[in-house]
Design a protein around this ligand. Structure first.
Ligand code: GLN
Length: 508
């Protein structure tokens, strides 16, 4: 999955690599989803072809309608039944009129006949653009897209108008849309740009969208408990402090490439009443221009990644964080490269590398563990999804979690090479968490003791995937806390060591 096309790859507990939308759903509904919560055209076709090969269609001609559409409906029904939920929300991605989404729209159209008119509600999201010069909101695109939708047999029950302007939509405009699109006026709701994304559900509630759903689906009316959500939004909008975090990665020009990391930092900020300004830094820019771009950052996070490109810049960023005592959080590759940096510059292992970059490295501090292939890995050679981790009491990480048995999601192939544990420990690195994989213990968390650094942690996992606005990921929360402490004036690091370290060249 190329981040330029998909944004980040979101990973579920059961190890599915999905579109980033699923991450948003988890953050908003505070529930873990699984691989069945995401269905793609490829999966549907694969299932149909397999059924055909097994002879389940008894030789009949396989067609989009009914075979593909039946498969889509069966998938939705399976998810609904397995979840025991009262209401199943299905998002059909894309835009009405896309060739790709036609079978999906036909499937949800048929759903009304399958489960009964009173059990189906269609909410249609449309764009209501604002024209700057005449200062006008235009309803034409809504009218057109509703006409398209009705052309394929779906009459929306609610129209959600996405507007960029913060001005409320005038009543006459809502009335006009209601009239043209054949819905009651109360079923036209505005979904306005919110200063915090977590303000969106509150806006929709104010606009009465849930009332439309309750009426249509004949559900019992209940007073929504929005207190916790309101307080999150309130705190997000009225921070008392401000910190700058440097996010060092390869895909920094594309904001969506690190969306769960951005959100986890945002959640951590909410916990500290702090606005987190993220300074995105391309690791290749550090390679060219040096670490100056990191100056003034109160915390440095090296992002996950793959391959050799940008590794040199990440090494330099980590060295700067370590020597200058800037709080550091390394996520996955950011943890692995922190180990390489430590091996080279603290343990004196000049050739230290990961075999991902140099397969023949004489010092494979990060390596592919062959024994783990049989023990651990399903569906390829990656460690994917939730893995347990036992933390070492008294470490920064154990304190952050407040418990010793934790579980976080993973997505990587390489591991810390246990052969190097003794020399790392001799030089002060602390191993703070392990996954017990049969005979092998896999290193999950490394950190520097507080005698060496104010806050330096690298984790093999991706705690950002489980971060929620109301339950920030513990390591992100404490990282932002450390950055906040660091934002107050600090004595500079001893210049001699700092200079010596910064001058060390990194070989790859
Ligand atoms: N490339 C590294 C590995 O596969 C790290 C992956 C990551 O950062 N998600 O082990």
């Amino acid at each position: 999955m190329n981040p330029y096309q998909h944004g980040e790859v979101f990973v579920t507990e059961d190890g599915a690599e999905t579109d980033l939308d699923l991450g948003h759903y988890e953050r908003f509904i505070d529930e873990n989803l699984t691989r069945v919560n995401n269905v793609t055209t490829g999966q549907v076709y694969k299932a149909v072809i397999e059924k055909e090969r097994r002879g389940e269609y008894l030789g009949a001609t396989v067609q989009v309608i009914p075979h593909i559409t039946n498969e889509i409906k069966a998938h939705v029904k399976r998810v609904a039944e397995a979840s025991h939920a009262e209401v199943c929300i299905v998002e059909v991605g894309g835009t009405v009129g896309d060739i790709e989404s036609l079978p999906f729209l036909e499937a949800i159209r048929q759903m009304r006949a399958d489960v009964g008119e009173e059990n189906v509600m269609y909410a249609h999201l449309t764009l209501v653009p604002h024209l700057g010069a005449p200062d006008e909101l235009k309803t034409k695109p809504t009218q057109h897209s509703v006409r398209e939708l009705r052309g394929i047999g779906i009459q929306p029950d609610a129209i959600v108008c996405r507007t960029q302007t913060v001005l409320p939509m005038p009543q006459e405009l809502k009335e006009k849309i209601a009239l043209f699109c054949d819905v009651p006026r109360s079923a036209v709701v505005q979904n306005v740009d919110a200063p915090s994304i977590y303000g969106v559900p509150l806006n929709l509630e104010n606009e009465g969208l849930a009332d439309v759903a309750v009426r249509k689906l004949r559900l019992d009316r209940a007073v929504p408990h929005l207190g916790e959500w309101e307080s999150i939004v309130n705190r997000a909008l009225h921070p008392k402090h401000r910190v700058t975090i440097a996010l060092v990665g390869k895909y920094v020009e594309l904001k969506d490439a690190y969306i769960s990391i951005n959100e986890a930092l945002y959640h951590a900020g909410i916990a500290h009443d702090t606005a987190v300004d993220i300074r995105r830094i391309d690791s290749e820019v550090i390679e060219e221009d040096g670490v100056e771009t990191l100056y003034g950052a109160h915390g440095i996070l090296v992002a996950p990644g793959f391959g050799a490109r940008g590794v040199k810049g990440k090494l330099a960023a980590i060295q700067y964080a370590r020597v200058q005592r800037v709080p550091y959080l390394g996520i996955c590759y950011g943890m692995q490269i922190a180990c390489i940096e430590f091996a080279r510059n603290v343990c004196g292992i000049a050739e230290a590398m990961t075999t991902e970059v140099d397969e023949t490295s004489p010092e494979p501090v990060i390596d592919f563990m062959p024994e783990q292939r049989d023990l651990e890995v399903y569906g390829g050679t990656m460690r994917l999804g939730a893995y347990s981790c036992t933390l070492v009491p008294g470490t920064l990480t154990a304190r952050a979690y407040g418990e010793l048995e934790i579980s976080e999601r993973h997505r990587h192939r390489y591991e810390f090479n246990n052969r190097y544990r003794p020399i790392f420990e001799e030089h002060g690195m602390r191993f703070a968490g392990f996954h017990n994989a049969g005979k092998t213990q896999l290193v999950e968390v490394v950190e520097l003791p507080e005698s060496m650094h104010p806050w330096f942690v690298g984790t093999q996992a991706h705690p950002e995937f489980k971060s929620r606005p109301n339950h920030p990921a513990p390591l992100y929360r404490d990282f932002v806390g450390a950055a906040l402490r660091h934002s107050y004036p600090q004595p500079p690091a001893r210049a001699s060591e700092a200079e010596r370290q910064t001058r060390t060249a990194h070989r790859i």
